[in-house]
Design a protein around this ligand. Structure first.
Ligand SMILES: [Zn+2]
Length: 58
């Protein structure tokens, strides 16, 4: 399985997002474990949070 890359999480990742999501991740004060590559795996919970944060910026 692929783990969610958010520091302290460790849930199974259900989605991968690209780096355009990084500002949304940072706006939520979430930290990544290390430097992600082009794809950032996220669990269901964090994907929802990040997606909402991203959409609310527009
Ligand atoms: Zn997570």
């Amino acid at each position: 399985m692929v783990e969610c890359v958010i520091d302290g999480c460790g849930e199974e990742a259900v989605r991968e997002v690209d780096r355009s999501y990084l500002p949304a991740i940072q706006s939520l004060k979430l930290k990544l474990r290390g430097d992600p590559g082009k794809k950032i795996p996220l669990c269901r919970k964090h994907y929802k949070m990040v997606k909402q944060a991203r959409e609310s910026r527009f």
